[in-house]
Ligand binder design. Structure first.
Ligand SMILES: Nc1ncnc2c1ncn2[C@@H]1O[C@H](COP(=O)(O)OP(=O)(O)O)[C@@H](O)[C@H]1O
Ligand SMILES: [Mg+2]
Length: 217
């Protein structure tokens, strides 16, 4: 039997009585890249939160990197969201999330996320505070900090929720280039409004009515 990195079988999920995910199945083999498109409000972010082990389905089976329990699933995935998910702490703390990670590893992640040149020029370097809601850094830098965090976590499954949709086109392109370093060789579920930003490695699915429409768009 093929070992899937992502295995969802007939899952359902509701907020209170509002059913958002209905009998949804999705499978990804290790290293597979899947793009998910769909109208606003159709449940894409909810699906990613289930895949991240932040929500538990009401029904159905969810196995991520061989793990069934949400607390174990959370160790196997790294999530990059649209924006506003930096902590009001230093750049280093935002990247390590308090884990004991060597400076060498943090700098390697910064290099791969194209952050190193900027951080080297800051008077306080990695100890620079990024402020409430990350508002002392640009949108592109905030996304790169999230990418560096995901690179340090070194999780096998990467979940991307419209990671460039809040950025202008040039910044978005350079963040996408940094994302390639993160997604290479890993299983990726990438939710996007901009299907054209996904390269040929992606299989595209469309979400409709809380489930996965058949076939590619
Ligand atoms: N925390 C929440 N509590 C209640 N309803 C929510 C919550 N988050 C999202 N929803 C609702 O669930 C539906 C799907 O939302 P979401 O997963 O964010 O969709 P998408 O990411 O595709 O835009 C929407 O109707 C939204 O209003
Ligand atoms: Mg969303």
């Amino acid at each position: 039997m093929v070992q899937y990195a992502v295995y969802l079988e007939n899952i359902c999920f509701s907020y209170e009585k509002h059913v958002v995910i209905k009998n949804l199945s999705l499978r990804a083999k290790p290293g597979e890249h899947i793009g998910i498109v769909g109208d606003s409000g159709c449940g894409k972010s909810t699906l990613l939160k289930i895949l991240a082990g932040l929500y538990t389905p009401d029904h159905g089976t969810a196995v991520i990197a061989g793990e069934h329990l949400p607390e174990n699933i959370r160790k196997q995935v790294a999530l990059v969201m649209q924006n506003n998910s930096l902590f009001p702490l230093s750049i280093r703390d935002n990247i390590t999330c308090g884990h004991d990670i060597s400076d060498e590893t943090v700098w390697a992640a910064c290099q791969n996320a194209s952050l190193a040149n900027w951080i080297e020029k800051l008077p306080n370097g990695l100890d620079t505070k990024v402020g409430e809601r990350g508002n002392q850094v640009s949108g592109g830098q905030a996304q790169r900090i999230q990418i560096a965090r995901a690179l340090c976590k070194d999780a096998p499954v990467i979940l991307l929720d419209e990671p460039v949709s809040a950025l202008d086109q040039d910044t978005g392109q350079s963040v996408l280039a940094a994302l390639c370093k993160l997604t290479e060789g890993r299983t990726v579920i990438h939710v996007t409004h901009h299907q054209e930003t996904l390269d040929d490695s992606y299989t595209i699915y469309r979400m409709e009515g809380g489930t996965m429409a058949h076939g590619c768009t």
